[in-house]
Design a protein around this ligand. Structure first.
Ligand code: SF4
Ligand code: SF4
Length: 232
């Protein structure tokens, strides 16, 4: 989450205290830490509320300015619609609908004291495997998906796509990966009756969505998926 009022590349103006402007909530829900297990056990947070951010995905580090590849997977409170704005943020009342039971990171985030959130950033994070029993039938599909469709090196792909001579080969390889990703998701949804929300918890965001910020557009044709680059 960025600091309040901070646009990319601008200097930060320190604030004296959190004024509950909601900027951080609108920029994305929190990552979950082991201290949040009580919220999951009590049902205040459910798996449907969470999205898995897999290793290798590009994400903005806490108080960071540029997206970076994620070193270890973690769980994050999902957004609203197609927006990253935390699903628990109420625009009308301009506040948190689970304030009394908000995750650990939310309670620590204060623009005037960024060191508190930075002290826990990337540490002691929960993953989907902390929320699944060892005999959960979803585990097998999750492991299959991770083995067949790990998140690729998105920084490398972005570089490779800049090379027009190699672009079609890269897109061809990515088409196979995107297709496998969607096929496994569909199979899991059919076998286990997964909602879209549970799909995001189990498998994270689909690969084609991760490629969109790299300028890759995915569409369907009679012959299958078609990936192309947006014009330079
Ligand atoms: S920490 Fe408080 S002041 Fe800073 S962006 Fe979040 S709600 Fe606004
Ligand atoms: S859980 Fe509440 S405090 Fe935390 S980001 Fe969401 S709306 Fe903001």
């Amino acid at each position: 989450m960025r600091l309040a009022g901070q646009e990319k590349g601008q200097a930060v103006t320190p604030e004296t205290t959190c004024r509950r402007c909601g900027t951080c909530c609108r920029q994305g829900g929190p990552a979950l830490h082991s201290g949040d297990l009580t919220l999951l056990r009590s049902g205040a947070l459910r798996r449907e509320h969470l999205v898995t951010v897999r290793r290798g995905e590009l994400a903005l580090p806490p108080l960071g300015r540029e997206p970076e590849p994620v070193a270890h997977e973690f769980l994050k409170v999902r957004g609203q619609g197609g927006d990253w704005c935390c699903m628990f943020y109420d625009h009308g009342m301009r506040g948190c609908t689970i304030y009394g039971q908000r995750p650990l990171a939310c309670g620590l985030l204060d623009c005037s004291r960024p060191q508190e959130i930075l002290a826990i950033a990337g540490r002691d994070l929960l993953t989907r495997f902390d929320c699944l029993a060892e005999d959960d039938p979803l585990l097998d599909m999750i492991r299959q998906h991770e083995a067949r469709c790990p998140c690729p090196d998105l920084v490398l792909i972005r570089e490779q796509l800049r090379n027009r001579a190699r672009r079609q080969d890269i897109l061809h390889d990515l088409t196979g990966l995107v297709t496998a990703d969607l096929t496994l998701r569909s199979r899991a949804a059919a076998c286990h009756g997964l909602s879209l929300e549970m799909e995001l918890f189990c498998f994270g965001r689909p690969l084609f969505q991760l490629l969109t910020p790299l300028g890759v557009v995915t569409s369907e044709s009679a012959g299958g998926l078609v990936l192309r680059c947006r014009p330079d």
